[in-house]
Write a protein that binds this ligand. Sequence first.
Ligand code: PGA
Length: 254
Amino acid sequence: MRKKIVAGNWKMNPNYDEAIDLLNFLKDNIPTDHSGVDIIICPPFIYLIEAKKILNRQDIYVGAQNVSSFTNGAYTGEISAAMLKSININYTIIGHSERRQYFGEKEENFSKKIKLCLQEHITPIYCVGETLEQRNNGEQLKVVEKQISEALYNLSDDEIAKIIIAYEPVWAIGTGVNATPDQAQQMHVFIRELIAKKYNQTISQGIIILYGGSVKASNAKELFSMPDIDGGLIGGASLKGKEFTSIINIAMNI
Ligand code: PGA
């Protein structure tokens, strides 16, 4: 039985004081008894240490939103996997569509980032998903297959089993229009089939696949109830303490 995960991706928000308020709210309001649901908060890099200090409860993980594809050295502005590990960060998002869209990142970078994270025992949350144009052209499966094969297929059985995948259709991110539970379920099954074909059935059934794209308290139940959706990667709604804790409560009660 796969566990559920509710992860918050704060993106480039908010400023320092608001971040501290939100972290304190989460510390005080995330229910302590959420067995079966892992919680991961991914604030901007500069708040990571503070987040670790404030969320000093064992049951809330802190993750990064990105990581360098280089090991260390003269790479101005970059943060390495080893640096994240040195402050006890256990997760990082990799391959978010905003990294693809605005920073020109490609599967080749993601594959390097994933390897470096695994070496440091950091769990990558690898994001995939098609644009609206690609979906309208009926290319969504082909697009996601390419994103998965080029970034993940060089991993060993042991390594792939440690990855979390997030299906985030680009047209659903920040738009208020979520994929329907059926659309998301279909893609999650397709991703599981890819993993089963390349690796094996046991790995495919064990791998955690999150859905992301306009998840809110009002749609979380129907999405998280689908058999192959193991929780959510939440953007906008993770910045609102009450809304985010409601989503956690929903995941706990499925
Ligand atoms: P959203 O973002 O929940 O604001 O749509 C999700 C994400 O980009 O991870």
